[in-house]
Design a protein around this ligand. Sequence first.
Ligand SMILES: Nc1ncnc2c1ncn2[C@@H]1O[C@H](COP(=O)(O)OP(=O)(O)O)[C@@H](O)[C@H]1O
Ligand SMILES: [Mg+2]
Length: 294
Amino acid sequence: MGGPSKERPVSIQSGKACLKALKQCGYNVEKFDPKKNIIKNLKRIKPDIAFNSLHGKFGEDGQIQKILEKLKIPYTHSGVLASKNAMDKIVSKKIFIKNNLLTPKYKIIRKLKDLKNSISENKFVIKPINEGSSFGVRIIEKLSNSKLKIINNELKKYKTLLQENYIEGQEIQTAVLGGKVIGSVEIIPKRNFYDYKAKYSKSAKTKHIIPPRISKKISEKINKISIKAHNCLNCRGVTRSDFRVSKDNKIYLLETNTQPGMTELSLVPEIAKYHGMSFKTLVNWILNDSSLKR
Ligand SMILES: Nc1ncnc2c1ncn2[C@@H]1O[C@H](COP(=O)(O)OP(=O)(O)O)[C@@H](O)[C@H]1O
Ligand SMILES: [Mg+2]
């Protein structure tokens, strides 16, 4: 838990909640924050299993997974390649398209000029390739000089950005556990979109609706897509896929998260709870899935 990424505070919350649940299950658990001397410390602790509660860079992109593989320490959630591919929004989009999964039209932006002749002039989304928690995600309505300046600053920071068509409609997120759907949640942010504050701050008053207000047909389609996304990326354990459902009922897959939030109030645990699976049972399931099955 913790780690070096921008999502460190969220990971500490996930880690604390999982630690508590694992203790309640009767396991001998030790906290480990991979910041310095990671290999040396892992060799010293020699865990039977590493329960991965990291989010973002290093913990979600295959790096820690690679270290754990080398040290022959079994670990939870997805493996090296699945983590790496899912975290990279360009690579994962290409994999989704190859597998006939609909994802918003996109363009890779390396310099401001790339925005010209762009896919959508009115409303579009700019996002980094390798972030999470909505860091760097911006909804741009009509490109003005001040907005160009903002995008230019983001380019300086991230070098490469993704420009996506904005999908007007409902936001649905679906939890998959071991290749089976647990359920979905509909997200209604009071803010402009589901940004960092809308995700983590109670005062942002984002509404979570379980089950989502969608037809049975759409819900079944979303379930199928979520399983296909989990499988085509070769994920293990738990994943959460993020969707936008347009007004004409097209289902757009935004991304599949291989290390979804695991605080007791996070979306996957919330969905699991609604469907009768306690947080403790969920955490125990994830742990037991980790043994060297890969
Ligand atoms: N193409 C899009 N159309 C509409 N909203 C989007 C689009 N892309 C992202 N968003 C909004 O931004 C949020 C974060 O985007 P996402 O691609 O899931 O990145 P992150 O990895 O940061 O969660 C989404 O939950 C959604 O609210
Ligand atoms: Mg997301």
